[in-house]
Design a binder for this molecule. Structure first.
Ligand code: IMP
Length: 209
């Protein structure tokens, strides 16, 4: 029964097909790795040719929920969406929900990283702390949604280092590490990232039994 709930009132996800409502190959790869142990068969929205809804929300939660709901309704299957981004403290949380948009239509993250560095310098550069945020929404075709959020704290470094990962990974050095996310081995990053923290909350609540 898809509407079974656990004691905390969270709806339980059954084993089987799950739409991963993302067109970002880096994220889909990371989400597939995280879902692998749970008997879930992830299918990406891109593979199914589902349209990508416009991210009109003003929070990570609103954007994750609208993406998950659109995919769940279009495919008539449960769907998982992630809305994530980099929040720099001295920039009052920017680029935040606009993290992808700072890379422009060409999705040029070298440019986006330069913009972040420039903005930090213009703001005085006395604080380089930042965190990644990941909002995860799990939606069902009947409109039910579960939402969880995870974060990871770190520092913005310059110049960028490393060629693994994606997006802002080369300028993000997580706390207590000397390497950037783009220098850390992917499995290790996947275990410590904002997405991993949000996933642990999600799997604890919705993949319980
Ligand atoms: P959206 O969630 O599709 O709006 O895009 C979020 C953007 O945030 C991505 O395109 C990346 O630029 C950035 N981002 C999110 N998670 C990560 C990460 O783990 N590493 C690097 N950049 C990330």
């Amino acid at each position: 029964m898809t509407d079974a709930q656990n004691k905390q009132g969270h709806r339980q996800l059954e084993k089987g097909k799950l739409i991963v409502a993302s067109h970002n190959a880096g994220k889909v790869r990371e989400i597939r790795d995280l879902l692998a142990p749970f008997g879930i068969e992830p299918i990406s929205a891109g593979e199914l040719g589902l349209p990508e809804p416009e991210e009109t929300g003003t929070t990570f939660q609103a954007n994750a929920e609208l993406k998950a709901l659109a995919a769940a309704k279009a495919a008539n299957l449960p769907a998982l969406a992630d809305d994530s981004g980099l929040a720099v403290e001295i920039l009052k949380g920017a680029p935040g929900i606009y993290s992808a948009r700072w890379a422009g239509p060409q999705k040029d993250f070298s440019l986006a990283m330069e913009e972040v560095e420039k903005a930090i310098r213009e703001a005085g550069a006395h604080d380089r702390s930042a965190h990644f945020v990941c909002g995860l929404a799990l939606a069902w075709p009947d409109g039910h949604v579960e939402y969880f959020e995870g974060t990871v704290d770190g520092t913005i470094i310059w110049p960028p280092r490393g060629d693994r990962g994606f997006g802002y990974d080369p300028i993000f050095q997580p706390l207590r590490r000397l390497e950037t996310f783009a220098e850390i081995e992917p499995n290790e990053k996947h275990a410590m990232s904002h997405r991993a923290h949000a996933f642990r909350k999600l799997t604890g609540a919705c993949f319980g039994q």
